[in-house]
Design a protein around this ligand. Structure first.
Ligand code: C2E
Ligand code: MG
Ligand code: MG
Length: 406
């Protein structure tokens, strides 16, 4: 519904305009003077403002000047309503950035036409800006990926998608304790599309939801097969996107998948990055608490790369912290990374959290983490992410971390 703010000090005129607009199904807000009008414009960001020129305290020129200074209100269409019909008054209003100028008394039709014309212009302007923005932000390659992605989802060609599994290994026993599921898209024409190309695009186009549902379903089915083969302790982590977490039926979806696959909830780990949690922290905490209450584990992914306030860490129902790869890379030769990582491990243990180092590539990195009592590692040093069948082979072969590294 289009929201119109009417700033007019004469009660009768104000009420007449409000009645007229309400009859046309506009959502209306009324202000009896310029000061109240400014407050309402800022707090309610209406779609259009009708404002009287002559008012005590802050007059119409003052209102318009202040609105144009603030980014949130700068582009709201603004129409002056006034009894002053001198050309100079009109010019002054237009020079300040008014969009139109109606001289009292005006007819109902004149008012509605002026409103309609401003709203139409604003809508086409918004469209132009967003089209321009799309072209600038999506490169030709991204546009092509989006086109193929849309097509694949519409035709339900999920056979093009694959879930790879990267082992997570206990640093002390050397045993595989779980894996992180990582999405791969093998397109017949584009080749292998990496998640870093695919996920942000899928997020911004809303295509992430059907893909994520497919990943979750696939992972639960696969995990059940492995549990049935005797790997009953295996925990699989799934990366969760911002849009997924916002779904009102997210918890039910997860519970349904666990139920139909006859899985215990604590074998599923949901990986959330700080950047997904923080923008709507209260909503995130409430969803996380709900999921956690059923026994599903939650991990904070890429920890240290985002902006989690440490105060919240205590309030979040989390099981695992995954230290971002950045801190691990060359940790043995970088004093600052070493100090931060050591502190993170200690903090996690004090908070009773399991701590996993991501992106471990070298023996030196592993030795450092082992020495500082990190719980588990994930990275190319032990294994890349593997197709399910390959991961199964290393499970069956009981591949272990080399324990000679101290
Ligand atoms: P992530 O969740 O932090 O996953 C770890 C990424 O680090 C993976 O990249 C993995 O292949 C890579 N990696 C693991 N070990 C090493 C190492 O030793 N060195 C280096 N240089 N890299 C290592 P990948 O598979 O390209 O995934 C990138 C990101 O895409 C993931 O980061 C995750 O945020 C996202 N992603 C992947 N699959 C999914 C999914 O199914 N859903 C959602 N929402 N996001 C996903
Ligand atoms: Mg992850
Ligand atoms: Mg990560």
């Amino acid at each position: 519904m289009t929201k119109i703010l009417v700033i007019e000090d004469e009660k009768l005129v104000r009420e007449n305009i409000i009645d007229l607009l309400a009859a046309e199904d506009f959502d209306t807000i009324a202000a009896a003077n310029g000061r109240i009008g400014l407050d309402l414009a800022l707090s309610q960001t209406p779609d259009l403002i009708l404002c009287d020129l002559m008012m005590p305290e802050v007059d119409g020129y003052g209102v318009l000047t202040r609105l144009r200074e603030k980014p949130v209100t700068a582009s709201i269409p603004f129409i002056f309503l006034t009894a002053k019909s001198a050309r100079t008054d009109f010019r002054q209003g237009m020079d300040l950035g008014a969009d139109d100028y109606l001289t009292k008394p005006f007819t109902r039709t004149e008012l509605l036409n002026a409103i309609a014309s401003r709203l139409t212009k604003q809508a086409s302007l918004a469209k132009q800006v967003s089209t321009k923005f799309d072209v600038q932000t999506f490169s030709p390659k991204q546009q092509m990926i989006e086109m193929f992605l849309r097509r694949a989802i519409e035709r339900e060609e999920f056979e093009q998608f694959l879930v790879y599994y990267q082992p997570i290994v206990d640093i002390h026993s050397g045993r595989i304790i779980g894996a992180e599921s990582l999405l791969r898209w093998q397109h017949p024409e584009l080749g292998m599309v990496t998640p870093t190309e695919l996920i942000p695009l899928a997020e911004s186009t809303g295509l992430i939801l059907p893909i994520s549902d497919w990943v979750l379903k696939n992972v639960c089915q696969q995990m059940k097969l492995w549990h049935n083969q005797g790997f009953t302790d295996l925990r699989i982590a799934v990366n969760i996107s911002a849009n997924q977490l916002k779904q009102p039926n997210f918890t039910e979806k997860i519970l349904h998948l666990l139920l139909v696959n006859n899985l215990v909830p604590d074998c599923l780990v949901l990986e959330l990055t700080e950047n997904i949690i923080m923008p709507d922290i209260n909503q995130a905490i409430s969803t996380m608490n709900e999921i956690h209450s059923y026994g599903v584990k939650i991990a904070i992914d890429d920890f240290g790369a985002g902006y989690t306030s440490l105060i919240y860490l205590k309030q979040l129902p989390i099981h695992t912290l995954k230290i971002d790869r950045y801190f691990i890379q060359c940790i043995a030769n970088d004093v600052q990374k070493a100090i931060i990582t050591t502190a993170l491990i200690q903090m996690a243990h004090n908070l009773n959290l399991h701590i996993v180092a991501e992106g471990v590539e070298t023996e030196q990195e592993l030795a450092f983490l082992r020495q500082h009592k990190c719980d588990a590692i994930q990275g190319f040093f032990f294994s890349h992410a593997l197709p399910a069948a390959e991961f199964e082979k290393i499970l069956v072969a009981k591949k272990r971390l080399n324990m000679s590294t101290v």
